[in-house]
Design a protein around this ligand. Structure first.
Ligand SMILES: Cc1cc2nc3c(=O)[nH]c(=O)nc-3n(C[C@H](O)[C@H](O)[C@H](O)COP(=O)(O)OP(=O)(O)OC[C@H]3O[C@@H](n4cnc5c(N)ncnc54)[C@H](O)[C@@H]3O)c2cc1C
Length: 382
């Protein structure tokens, strides 16, 4: 039996992006020297810093793939990948713009109307418009076809009612894209009758309730929609095509470098700790470095596939399963090697945050169990 190739071969010549990498590293060194940020693990999800976002915007590193007609920079997905990778490796606070830049930009370019593109893309490029994701619900996470948020057509638009949960950053974002049911569920066609809407988070009828994490952080929210009016102009894509649209959005959400670099800062700090504490040396460090290097190759290959508009849901699932497992293994490894020792307080803080965040790595954006099902399908095994 010959198994199909799951991840496309990497076709990008790394030397083509060396100059850009050097530029981003110089920027990060300047920002660090100026005390603009403290490097952190998982900073793409929890490091919300609008000043840092504005500094990136001034360098032209937001909405890089947005065409110039929408005030964008007309650069490639691979160039965006390079900037993202460098920011993540440095533990820079990129959470404010992350969702807008990662998945709203490509989704708007693919499915947005001219009006939606003109309204949102220039603001995203300037670092002035932040988005959240309204997919999960109290009884609907892995199985998004079961969402119960309902959209009912009225004069000039739609009325949305329902509850979204685990909505990262909704208390700070300007808008979110909501997946809602626009036709009754049909057991024979579970994925039919779903649609997406761009919903302003300050619209009447939107109630954002904080969900405080065990470490005291406010990151998650429950967002209750009570007859929220969404004008026809904010229907996103085609009514009834929500499932196909969400699937293509998830390829962007699952394959990026944030799926293997969330704890890279910690790996670097652990290596540093070992260099100065010879008794703590351990060869497993090399295994983790090798896994990160392999993931870099795979993830950049998927960035190339997305640039060519090739289907990427299966390779994205492979990157996410292997990448998020590696991120968690780095947290455990650092905790084992340096946690509880007389390590530098900054390293102990990174370990503590990584261990707190670890359970979320393999859940957010689709659980590893579910993604293994996607991979099995890609292999023709189910
Ligand atoms: C840090 C973080 C940030 C998040 N941010 C957002 C956000 O901004 N917006 C948003 O909409 N959602 C967000 N989520 C929610 C996330 O997408 C869901 O938690 C995830 O999709 C799983 O859904 P669930 O929690 O309902 O678990 P469930 O779907 O109830 O799954 C429970 C368990 O059953 C397993 N399981 C379920 N179905 C299957 C199956 N078919 N085969 C095998 N095993 C299965 C799962 O793997 C899991 O272990 C976030 C989650 C986290 C952790």
């Amino acid at each position: 039996m010959t198994l199909p190739r799951l991840v496309p071969p990497a076709t990008i010549d790394p030397s083509s992006t060396d100059a850009l990498r050097a530029e981003v590293r110089a920027f990060l060194a300047e920002q660090l020297a100026a005390g603009a940020f403290t490097p952190s693990v998982d900073a793409w999800l929890s490091g919300w810093d609008e000043t840092f976002t504005a500094a990136m915007a001034r360098r032209g590193w937001l909405g890089m793939t947005v065409p110039p007609e929408y005030d964008g920079h007309g650069r490639t997905s691979v160039e965006r990948f390079v900037v993202a990778e460098e920011m993540l490796a440095a533990g820079a606070p990129v959470a404010a713009h992350w969702i807008a830049d990662r998945q709203i930009v490509p989704s708007l370019l693919k499915y947005g109307t001219a009006q939606q593109k003109s309204e949102f893309l220039p603001k995203i490029v300037r670092g002035e418009c932040f988005f959240a994701i309204g997919m999960s619900e109290p009884d609907s996470g892995s199985d998004l076809a079961s969402v119960r948020t309902r959209a009912t057509q009225v004069d000039g638009g739609w009325l949305l009612s329902g509850t979204k949960v685990w909505t990262s950053g909704a208390h700070r974002a300007h808008a979110f894209i909501v997946l809602a049911r626009t036709a009754p569920a049909d057991p024979a066609h579970r994925h039919a009758g779903l649609s997406q809407f761009i919903v302003r988070l300050d619209a009447p009828g939107v109630d954002i309730r904080p969900i405080i994490s065990m470490n005291g952080a406010h990151h998650f929210n429950e967002v209750i929609l009570d007859d929220v009016f969404v004008p026809d102009a904010m229907v996103f894509g085609q009514i009834g095509a929500g499932w196909q649209q969400v699937t293509s959005e998830l390829a962007f959400e699952r394959s990026g470098p944030e799926r293997f670099l969330s704890t890279f800062m910690l790996l670097a700090a652990t290596a540093e700790h070992m260099a100065t504490n010879p008794t703590a040396r351990d060869s497993d460090l090399g295994r983790l470095v090798a896994r990160v290097a392999g993931l870099h190759q795979m993830s950049s290959a998927v960035a190339g596939a997305l640039q060519r508009h090739d289907p990427a849901d299966v390779p994205a699932a492979v990157v996410k399963v292997l990448g998020t497992s590696t991120e968690g293994d780095i947290a455990d490894y650092a905790d084992l090697c340096a946690g509880g020792t007389g390590a530098h307080p900054a390293l102990l803080e990174l370990i503590s945050v990584a261990v707190d965040q670890r359970p979320g790595f393999t859940l957010r954006g689709g659980t590893n169990e579910v993604l293994r099902g996607v991979i099995a399908r890609g292999l023709g095994m189910r």
